[in-house]
Structures are given as C-alpha cells and as structure tokens.
Design a protein around this ligand. Sequence first.
Ligand SMILES: N[C@@H](CCC[C@H](N)C(=O)O)C(=O)O
Length: 265
Amino acid sequence: MQFHKYQGTGNDFVMIDDRARAFDETDHALIAQLCHRRFGIGADGLILLRNKPDFDFEMVYFNADGRPSSMCGNGGRCTVAFAKYLGLIGETTHFLAVDGPHDARVENDGTVRLKMIDVNAPIEAEIGEDDVFLHTGSPHHIHFLDPEEHPALTEFDVYGAGHDIRHDQAYDPAGTNVNFVEVPVDPAHAWPVRTYERGVENETLSCGTGVTAVALAASQRGAVSPVRLQTMGGELEVSFEHRSDGGFANVWLSGPAVRVFGGEV
Ligand SMILES: N[C@@H](CCC[C@H](N)C(=O)O)C(=O)O
C-alpha cells in the first residue's frame, strides 16, 4: 500500500489515495498501527482521499486511535494540498468532509485556505470562569490562562489539564478537544495556543479546528479578524464575519500544508 505523509503546522497525517476504494476503513487496528510513532509510520491521524460525485473528492478522517472522528481542519488543508499534488484540482476546490461541503484555495506560496462551517456563538463551559465551548466541525473547550494563576503557556501542563477536561463528565460520552490560550498583551499580536486532542489522547503541535475556535472566542476578548494564532508547530490565521445572532460566518483557516515524504507499507 502506497502512502504519503503530510503536515500542517506540525499536525501530521498519513494520506492515502483511495480512489480505487481498496482500503478497509473498518480495520481500526490497522489505522492505529499505521499512525503509531514506534510501530508504524507515525501520525496524529490518517486520511483517505476518495472520489465523490458532485465534489472534487471526499476526505475521510481517522484519529491516531484508529477511529473515525469529526472534522480535522489541518487535515482538510493537507488533503487539499494532496489533491493538488495528485493533479485532481487546480488552485480552487470544492470537496466533502464529515461536517459537510468545503471550499478551499491553494495560494502561490503553498498556503492552503480552507473555508470552515458556520459556527454558533461560544457558550460558557461549565468547568471554569475563563472557559468557553465552541463546535467548529469538532468540539473544542477553550481555557484562557489567567497570568496571575498560571505559569506561561510554554510551562503549562497541557497533558494533565487537557486530559482532565477531555474526560470531565460535562463532555460525556463523546469527550472534547481542549485548547489552552495565553492572552497576548496586544490582541492584534498572535495568540499562543496549545491543544490536547481527543482521539490522539495527547498534545498535538497544532489543531486547525482548535485555533478556529480560539480565534472566534478571542473575538469576545478584543481580537479582530483576521486573527493570528501561534501553535507549537507554526502560525495559522483565521478570518471570519460576525452574524447578528452572535455566531460566525465566512470562517477561513489559512496556513502551510506540506508533503513530507511518501513510501510503501
Ligand atoms: N487536528 C484536527 C482535529 C482532529 C479531530 C479531533 N482529534 C477530534 O476527534 O475531535 C484539526 O486540525 O482540526
């Protein structure tokens, strides 16, 4: 089986051209093994690119635990770069993912801009005062660090605190992804974010639906579109418009999406 390895700001994926429908998507043990960092290729998730009538392609996403999950923003941007690499698309595309249709554009410098679903207004999370919850295609709990209570984000225990919130009964049974955010001195500066991902069950270097949720939540704290987000794996940008009901429309996630290598297993 041929595979390609992609990364978007360090969120990495095994990418498989499955237009021939040869891959058994019910084999969760195989997917987890391919994603394993010691016994496999190593990745935060695996993505199948498949044919889909009326669309350029379909993106089918699995977390590193081998299970299908909700939308992956960085994975979506990498799938668009992969479709371009395969010669399936030009600069623009219209494709289907688990949360519905998406438009995307590949810029001359390789930046992939992905249109995300419209998002409802942030809701106060039950867990703490500086916490909100948003669904940007995937569920995201966001915790804004209080500088008087916490060390800098670089020193923060993302695994420990993320694991606890991910398993909090408020999010039973599906669980949630968890983002920790340092509020910059000037909201026009990049917002530092670290994310604990459900289905990877660990911190990843970046999460596309996560930074999208953070940018929208940060707009309630002075951030203005486009918002820059500093992840552990690089910078992403999110632009959006406010809806009159407190939600968000025309939400775009932009950043690099890079083919790292390919091979056969
Ligand atoms: N890394 C992704 C999110 C992938 C899905 C997530 N782990 C979940 O199960 O909700 C992104 O870039 O959005």
